[in-house]
Design a protein around this ligand. Structure first.
Ligand code: FAD
Length: 287
């Protein structure tokens, strides 16, 4: 069990992703070993929305759980997976002593037809959670969105849907990345008013290159505050300076969160131990 979260002690955790090519796996294990040396409370491993590379998620999560002896959370998406496929992944997780899943809908893969999308077994993450609660003994977490999910008409609607995930069995949430803490504070307040009572982990992604704005940030729907645009304007074409500035920005963001009572930080490590290590060193020694 990811006990610290349930006791509400401060936690620091990381997200990693499986490499795209099988030949890159040895390197991925090295990355995980280096990240493990930073003593996170848990490491979560992403899952392709199509579901075809689920085995890779299990393989990395197993290394984290059974070789590094750090709690692993396997992400699981339902947009491209049938009930039986999810149960097969569950059996693999069980064999590998992994009992935590971040249950997600996932985004529609580009090659998925309208018909396939419309006939998926689970419309939303909460539907998959209900199924997993009934059919497995997994501990479940859900995703949440401090600036609302991009498909949601309003924050109000999105929070109602977040509550459905809690009701369906989410024991805690991990947030989408955000670059402006004020959004997060406002979100926490509104979530509490909606009756969200389980722990929420703040997702922080260091912006270490201008390219990330065009990829991760655009996809996440998160807004880019002026302080970040200024950094990009100053260092966008100087890779190492931008990396350092991005690390510094993440450190300041996390320090501010901690000063304001946020206990759980989830770092999107981007599989980069050096950058992650610098951030861990830069935030207070108390996790
Ligand atoms: P849902 O909870 O289903 O929400 C999707 C939309 O539907 C929202 O607008 C919501 O308000 C609405 N909604 C939810 N429930 C209901 C309901 N019951 N009725 C009506 N409307 C509803 N993607 C991957 O492919 N692999 C990953 O490993 C991965 N990891 C992620 C980790 C984190 C921490 C986060 C924040 C996102 C991650 N994603 C990942 C991206 C995620 O799959 C997308 O953001 C996706 O668009 C939504 O997933 P969800 O689980 O939040 O979906």
């Amino acid at each position: 069990m990811i006990a610290n979260l349930y006791e509400d002690k401060p936690t620091l955790s990381f997200e990693v992703f499986p490499p795209k090519k099988d030949g890159e796996f040895e390197k991925a294990f090295e990355v995980l070993t280096s990240l493990g040396e930073l003593h996170p409370d848990y490491i979560s491993v992403t899952y392709g929305a199509g579901g075809s590379r689920a085995g890779k998620t299990v393989e990395l999560a197993s290394y984290i759980q059974n070789t590094l002896h750090i709690d692993a959370i396997a992400h699981m998406t339902c947009v491209g997976s049938k009930r039986e496929q999810l149960l097969t992944v569950y059996e693999e997780l069980k064999k590998n002593n992994i009992s935590h899943v971040l249950a997600l809908r996932g985004d529609r893969p580009r090659d998925m037809s309208d018909e396939q999308y419309a006939s998926r077994d689970f419309a939303h993450a909460s539907d998959m959670m209900e199924f997993l609660k009934e059919n497995t003994d997994l501990h479940l977490a859900g995703a949440c969105y401090p600036e609302k999910h991009f498909e949601s008409f309003s924050m109000e609607t999105d929070l109602n849907n977040m509550k459905k995930k809690q009701d369906a069995g989410a024991e805690f949430f991990i947030s989408q990345l955000f670059l402006d803490n004020d959004y997060y504070y406002a979100f926490l307040e509104k979530a509490a008013k909606k009756g969200i009572s389980v722990p929420i982990c703040a997702g922080i992604m260091p912006i270490t290159s201008a390219k990330q704005i065009g990829t991760s940030i655009t996809l996440s729907g998160s807004s880019v505050p002026k302080a970040m645009s200024d950094l990009l304007a100053a260092y966008g074409d100087k890779p190492e300076e931008m990396r350092k500035a991005g690390v510094d920005y993440a450190i300041r963001q996390i320090r501010d969160l901690k000063e304001n009572g946020v206990k759980h930080i989830h770092l999107y490590s981007m599989n980069r131990p050096k950058t992650t290590g610098e951030i861990v060193a830069g935030i207070s020694c108390e996790k």
